[in-house]
Design a protein around this ligand. Structure first.
Ligand code: NAP
Length: 249
């Protein structure tokens, strides 16, 4: 088995995923940066990692496509000899109030955020089992999955489901030393929030955040870096919040 731990970050090309990819590479992990549409962003992230002395490759697949996920995970293991850390970060939001919610939007949000994470976990599980105490599964949920948010019923349901999945898989994989945890960011400055966290809505939000500011992707990445480390081996089934105090308790 190759010496270097290997990590897959789904949606690792932009925003929070990009920061996670960079943080794990800085720790010395070989990082696979997944994306689905924007190849340029994935190449840029890989370039930033290699320029800093790290090692990464970009890999295109849609997490909602189970067959594509299976092929991708097999390719990662064929090329790198192992898979130790999986970060289910890929996510989308299609917002809208209940009365106008379209079935296809509900399905797509669940497919990417929740079923996609299951596809990746299932395909990766037997490789994580081989990694034993080095194995880490980390799911990126959201503060709104814990407290709800008007106009985001599909996204909230998917993120709450991801917390349930984290707890179930933590119990299922614990006997082999693999840990499964979730990181729950509050509002973070990325393309996802750029569209709607603006103007008066932004001011209202800031007033509700005890730390008085939106989070940075690097701050979420730090939480993931810690949970992915060998030192975090006795933490499993937990939700680590990184939300500026927006939800406490
Ligand atoms: P983002 O800037 O919109 O980036 C999303 C990433 O996911 C991109 O790399 C994108 O790749 C990838 N992606 C989207 N659909 C995919 C699919 N079907 N298969 C594979 N990759 C896919 O989002 P972000 O704000 O960084 O959010 C990252 C994660 O954190 C998400 O799970 C999100 O729900 C969660 N989160 C975000 C916030 C926030 O405030 N930003 C708060 C709480 C939780 P392409 O570039 O190829 O499209």
């Amino acid at each position: 088995m190759a010496d270097r731990r290997v990590a897959l970050v789904t949606g690792g090309s932009r925003g929070i995923g990009r920061a996670i990819s960079i943080a794990l590479a800085r720790e010395g992990l070989q990082v696979v940066v997944n994306y689905t549409a924007q190849e340029g962003a994935a190449e840029e992230t890989v370039g930033a990692i290699t320029a800093a002395g790290g090692s990464a490759t970009a890999l295109r697949f849609d997490v909602s496509d189970a067959a594509a996920v299976n092929r991708a995970i097999q390719q990662i293991v064929d090329e790198n000899g192992r898979l130790d850390v999986v970060v289910n970060n890929a996510g989308i939001a299609i917002d809208g109030l209940l009365l106008r919610l379209k079935d296809e939007d509900w399905a797509r949000v669940l497919d990417v955020n929740l079923t996609g994470a299951l596809h990746v976990a299932r395909a990766a599980a037997r490789h994580l089992l081989k990694a034993r105490e080095s194995g880490r599964l980390i799911n990126i949920t959201s503060v709104v999955g814990e407290m709800g948010n008007a106009g985001q019923v599909s996204y909230v349901a998917a993120k709450a489901g991801l917390i349930g999945m984290t707890r179930a898989l933590a119990r299922e994989l614990a006997s082999r030393g693999i840990t499964v945890n979730a990181v729950s960011p509050g509002f973070v400055e990325t393309d996802m929030t750029a569209a709607h966290v603006t103007g008066a809505a932004r001011e209202e939000l800031l007033a509700r955040i005890p730390l008085g500011r939106i989070g940075r992707p690097e701050e979420v990445a730090e939480a993931v870096r810690f949970l992915a480390s060998l030192e975090a081996g006795y933490i499993t089934g937990q939700v680590l919040r990184c939300n500026g105090g927006l939800l406490i308790g």
